[in-house]
Design a protein around this ligand. Structure first.
Ligand SMILES: O=C[C@H](O)[C@@H](O)CC(=O)C(=O)O
Ligand SMILES: [Zn+2]
Length: 274
C-alpha cells in the first residue's frame, strides 16, 4: 500500500511538474488479478482499484490501516466502472453490479470478495458506526443534466452515497459519478473549494490518445496535471478540482471530511481565478 503525504498550498505553488504528479496523482490502480490500494493522509481516504480477472479477489488487510481487518473501523463505496457486470460478496450476501452501479458497505464486514471480468473502483473512509450495506443502480438515478453545450459543460452528475432523500447513507463518505455529454469537456467550471472536505477524482472513459487537463491549487494560483484514462487525482480542501478534456469523459468523485453537504461549496468566480 503506497502512502501519499499531502503538501501545503505554498509548497504546492512552487512544485515542479514531477513533484505535483508525485504528490497528487495516482496511476495504474487497475491491474489484472490484483487489488491495489493507496492510503492518503487527506481525511485518511483510501483509494482502491480491483480487477478480479478470472479468480475472485478478497479484500485483504494492510498494516497501515492498523485494525484487525480492513472494514473494522471503515466504510467503503464501490463502483463498477466497466460495461461488464461483476459481483461483490459481503459475508453471505451477493451483490451483482452492472455498469455504473454502486455498492456501499458499512463498517464491521470481515469478508468482502470481488469477482467478474470488470474493474471496481473503491474509496474508503474512517467510520464510527455501521450503516446498512446498500446498492444503488446508475440507471435508477434520474438526474437531469446541468451545464450547457454553449459552455462545453453539459453533464449528468449522479449522486450515489449522500445524506439526502434517495441516497445511500454513510458516516462521512459522499460518492458519485459525472458523465459529460459528447462535445462537452469542462467539469466543475465555475470551480469551487470546500475546506471541510477532501475530494478524490478518478477520470475514466477518457478515449485513448485523449487527455484531461486537471486544474488544481488555490483559486488564485492554479496548477495543472495532465491526466489520462483511469488516473486518480487528490484534491485537498483548499484546492479547486476542475478539468477540461480534449474529448468527453466520465469521472468518479468521492469526498470525506467534516460534513456531507454536497451543496456546501465556496464558489469561485471565473474572473477571480489566476
Ligand atoms: O463537490 C462536488 C464535486 O466537485 C463534483 O460533484 C463536481 C462535478 O461532478 C461537476 O461539476 O461535474
Ligand atoms: Zn468539489
Amino acid at each position: 500500500m503506497k502512502l501519499h503525504y499531502s503538501a501545503s498550498p505554498d509548497t504546492t505553488n512552487s512544485m515542479t511538474t514531477e513533484q505535483l504528479r508525485d504528490t497528487y496523482l495516482i496511476q495504474s490502480i487497475f491491474q489484472p488479478g490484483q487489488i491495489i490500494a493507496h492510503y492518503t493522509d487527506l481525511d485518511r481516504m483510501v483509494v482502491v482499484g480491483v480487477q478480479p480477472a478470472g479468480a475472485p479477489l478478497k479484500l485483504g488487510n494492510y498494516k497501515e490501516i492498523g485494525s484487525s481487518y480492513f472494514l473494522e473501523r471503515r466504510e467503503i463505496g464501490i463502483l463498477n466502472i466497466t460495461k461488464t457486470p461483476g459481483t461483490v460478496t459481503v459475508g453471505g450476501n451477493k451483490y451483482e453490479l452492472g455498469h455504473l452501479d454502486c455498492l456501499y458497505i458499512g463498517l464491521g464486514e470481515q469478508d468482502v470478495t470481488f469477482s467478474g471480468d470488470t474493474q471496481f473502483y473503491c474509496i474508503s473512509t474512517p467510520a464510527h458506526m455501521k450503516y446498512p450495506t446498500a446498492v444503488l443502480r446508475g440507471e435508477d438515478i434520474k438526474t437531469p443534466p446541468i451545464g450547457d453545450p454553449v459552455n462545453a459543460n453539459k453533464r449528468v452528475i449522479r449522486r450515489y452515497i449522500h445524506q439526502l432523500e434517495g441516497g445511500i447513507k454513510s458516516c462521512q463518505l459522499v460518492m458519485g459519478c459525472t458523465t459529460l455529454e459528447t462535445g462537452s469537456v469542462w467539469n466543475t467550471m465555475p470551480s469551487h473549494v470546500h475546506s471541510r472536505r477532501t475530494e478524490v477524482y478518478l477520470y475514466f472513459d477518457v478515449p485513448q490518445d485523449q487527455m484531461v487537463v486537471h486544474l488544481m491549487g488555490e483559486p488564485n494560483r492554479t496548477r495543472n496535471i495532465m491526466v489520462q484514462d483511469r488516473d486518480v487525482v487528490l484534491s485537498p480542501g483548499w484546492s479547486i478540482h476542475s478539468g477540461c478534456g480534449t474529448a468527453a469523459y466520465r469521472f468518479v468523485w468521492a469526498m470525506g471530511g467534516d460534513n456531507q453537504k454536497f451543496e456546501d461549496m465556496d464558489a469561485v468566480e471565473i474572473k477571480d481565478m489566476r
